[in-house]
Design a protein around this ligand. Structure first.
Ligand SMILES: NC(=O)c1ccc[n+]([C@@H]2O[C@H](COP(=O)([O-])OP(=O)(O)OC[C@H]3O[C@@H](n4cnc5c(N)ncnc54)[C@H](OP(=O)(O)O)[C@@H]3O)[C@@H](O)[C@H]2O)c1
Length: 333
């Protein structure tokens, strides 16, 4: 799967043929082998041609997620996601079907699409099987910028929300409320009618409040600060960064079965590990329906040209992103 979208390097060409070549080339991030960002480069190759049962997607937006660069250094994580370098990079995307194979009947050139294309999305173009369930039609009224960053965070936030089944009777603590998953989950939690406390640094307090939650600082004073705000305790929690918020919620009285973590393989004291893979098949359609009707915002902190991928990834590696980061691609035509 990794090689889809990449093909042989374009040979050197005389200047007068470069204009022609601009119509057939594909820039793609290339993950050469395990290590760090030094193993990632932007390569230019011929634009891939779809096989009979494939579509070619012209990418407009490639959203970035921590797992993309966590995979670069972790053969175990890469294997879990079926990623084998040498291959491409990224997952989230939105764009347009710009070519279809001879046997394809379910997509047409010009269809707007979004979703997940693991180890392929960060490119001008990539190929996908026409029946790939992770390629979805972008609903009217939803921008490529939103559709192109929602795949992983949307499915994960939705899976956590389903697990917690929040109601107006709940007081929920969301650890890391201002990040990619946090901004989506916090809004879902607020919409449930629950009282929502969201943890972040002092710099994120405004963002968390704008989502409709009460900001609390993560760190050593988390438990006393939450206790001061909610003397009767916490009934549910989601920890999206380590396990400090999960541990705090258990100390503050939440039942272990209502404390979800997304970073811990072995959650503390009976808390529950939840993954994006647990999401309902219609989770993304549901979220984009909320976006289209103005009931959910997907904040994007910053966009970068594809060529500035290193600056974008290094920003995300600082772990203080508010909402999402995205690469803007758009093909070379
Ligand atoms: N299991 C799954 O299926 C799944 C799915 C998606 C993501 N994940 C993982 O979950 C994590 C979160 O993903 P994401 O996309 O939301 O990441 P993200 O956007 O990079 O998260 C950034 C947020 O983390 C917060 N943060 C930084 N240090 C913190 C601390 N010590 N305690 C609490 N919050 C802290 C930051 O808040 P401040 O700026 O205020 O410091 C920032 O808002 C990643 O490690 C990702 O790989 C797992």
């Amino acid at each position: 799967m990794c090689r889809a979208g990449l093909s042989d390097p374009v040979p050197a060409a005389p200047v007068d043929t470069i204009v022609d070549m601009l119509h057939v080339t594909n820039r793609a991030l290339h993950f050469a082998g395990f290590g760090g960002l030094d193993k990632l480069s932007l390569v230019t190759a011929q634009r891939p041609e779809p096989g009979p049962d494939q579509i070619r997607v012209r990418v407009a937006v490639a959203g970035l997620n921590p797992v993309d660069w966590q995979i670069l250094a972790s053969p175990a994580l890469a294997a879990y996601f079926g990623v084998r370098p040498p291959c491409g990079y990224g997952n989230d995307f939105a764009g347009t079907v710009d070519a279809v194979g001879t046997d394809v009947t379910n997509w047409q050139v010009g269809d707007r699409v979004f979703g997940g294309a693991r180890a392929r999305a960060a490119a001008d173009y990539f190929l996908a099987q026409a029946d790939d369930p992770r390629i979805l039609a972008t609903p009217p009224g939803v921008s490529d910028l939103v559709a192109g960053v929602i795949d992983i965070v949307g499915r994960t936030a939705s899976a956590v929300a389903d697990r917690l089944r929040l109601s107006p009777d709940d007081t929920v603590l969301i650890g890391s409320a201002a990040g990619g998953v946090g901004t989506v989950l916090t809004q879902l939690a607020v919409a449930s009618g629950a009282r929502v406390l969201g943890s972040g640094s002092a710099d994120s307090a405004e963002v968390i409040a704008a989502l409709g939650a009460e900001p609390v600082r993560y760190g050593p004073d988390l438990v006393p600060d939450v206790r001061r705000l909610t003397p009767s305790g916490i009934t549910a929690a989601a920890d999206l960064h380590g396990v400090a918020a999960a541990t705090a919620a258990l100390e503050l009285g939440a039942a272990p079965g209502r404390v979800a973590t997304i970073e811990a393989d072995e959650p503390p004291m009976g808390a529950v590990a939840v993954n994006g893979r647990d999401a309902r098949p219609d989770a993304l359609s549901e979220l984009l329906g909320l976006v289209a009707s103005g009931r959910l915002r997907i904040p994007v902190e910053q966009t970068y040209p594809l060529a500035d991928y290193r600056i974008a990834i290094e920003r995300q590696q600082q772990r203080h992103t508010r909402g999402k980061l995205a690469l803007l691609t758009g093909g070379t035509e």
